[in-house]
Design a protein around this ligand. Structure first.
Ligand code: PEP
Length: 257
C-alpha cells in the first residue's frame, strides 16, 4: 500500500472496433499524464492490447490483460500465455474475475494463474468476492475466506507483496448501486485479515486492496475515503470516456489521507 491510488478499468468484451478502443485509451492516457496521486491501468480485450501499449512509457498509465493462461506454451487452443503478454508490454493481469470463475475457473486454476503471472514479472490483480450476502447467518464471510485461502494455495509467501487484491462482491458487479462505503471498509479489513493468514501481517498491511462493483465518477471518492481502499476496479464506467476521466479527476483531487 502506498498513498497513491490505483484505478483499473476492465473493458470486458468491449468496444467493438480497434478505432474505438484507440479513442478510449487515448483519452485515458491523456488525463493520466496530469494525475499527481493516482495511477490508471486499462484492461482491454486481448486483440487490442498490442496496439494500445504506449510507444513511450507513461508513469501513471499502464496496460493490463483481463486474463491469461498458466501454461507457458503448447496445445492450448484459444489461450494466451503470460510470456506473450509480457513480451508486448502488458504489465498487469486480472485473475479470477467472477465472470471467468462463472465460466469455469476454479480457485485451483486461479492459484496457478497467480503463480504464472508473478513468475513472468507481471502484477496479478486477483478478484475475490462473495456471490451473495447472508444477512442473518453471515455465511458469506466463510465463503469469502475459503475462496481467498484457496485462490492463493501454493503461492509462495515471499511474493505476497506483488499481489493486488480486488474485492468485488459479485452481487454488486453490473448492478445499479455499489456496496455502501461503510460496508466496503468492513469487508476490506476482513479480506486483509484473511490475506494476512496466508502471507503474514506485514505483507497484509502493505497489500493494495481495490474495490469493484458499480463504481462511477459520483461514488468513487466516497468509496475510497470512507471505504479506505487503495483504489478501484471499474467496469462499465471505464468505457464511458467522460465518466472515466471525471472519475480519475475525482480520485486524484481527493485530500491525501
Ligand atoms: C467488473 O466487471 O469488475 C465491474 C466491477 O463491473 P461494473 O463496474 O460495471 O460493476
Amino acid at each position: 500500500m502506498t498513498n497513491r491510488k490505483l484505478i483499473v478499468g476492465n473493458w470486458k468484451m468491449n468496444p467493438g472496433t480497434l478505432a474505438e478502443a484507440k479513442k478510449i485509451a487515448a483519452r485515458a492516457r491523456r488525463i493520466a499524464t496530469t494525475l499527481e496521486h493516482t495511477d490508471a491501468v486499462i484492461c482491454p480485450p486481448f486483440v487490442f492490447l498490442g496496439a494500445l501499449v504506449p510507444k513511450k512509457p507513461v508513469k501513471q498509465f499502464h496496460i493490463g490483460a483481463q486474463s491469461a493462461y498458466f501454461e507457458e506454451s503448447g496445445a492450448f487452443t484459444g489461450e494466451v500465455s503470460v510470456t506473450m503478454l509480457h513480451d508486448i508490454g502488458v504489465e498487469y493481469v486480472i485473475v479470477g474475475h467472477s465472470e471467468e470463475r462463472a465460466r469455469g475457473d476454479t480457485d485451483e486454476i486461479v492459484a496457478k494463474k497467480v503463480k504464472a503471472v508473478i513468475e513472468a514479472g507481471l502484477t496479478p490483480i486477483v478478484c475475490v468476492g462473495e456471490a451473495s450476502r447472508d444477512i442473518e447467518g453471515a455465511s458469506h464471510y466463510d465463503v469469502l475466506k475459503e475462496q481467498i485461502k484457496n485462490s492463493f494455495a501454493g503461492v509462495p509467501k515471499r511474493v505476497g507483496r506483488d499481489i493486488i487484491l480486488a474485492y468485488e462482491p459479485v452481487w454488486a458487479i453490473g448492478a445499479k448501486e455499489s456496496m455502501l462505503p461503510e460496508q466496503i471498509y468492513e469487508m476490506s479489513l476482513f479480506v486483509k485479515k484473511v490475506f494476512s493468514d496466508a502471507f503474514g501481517a506485514e505483507t497484509a498491511v502493505e497489500v493494495t486492496v481495490l474495490y469493484g462493483g458499480s463504481v462511477n465518477y459520483r461514488n468513487a471518492a466516497d468509496i475510497i475515503s470512507i471505504g479506505k481502499v487503495d483504489g478501484l476496479l471499474v467496469g462499465r464506467e471505464s468505457l464511458n470516456t467522460v465518466g472515466f476521466v471525471e472519475l480519475l479527476k475525482a480520485v486524484d483531487g481527493m485530500k491525501q489521507q
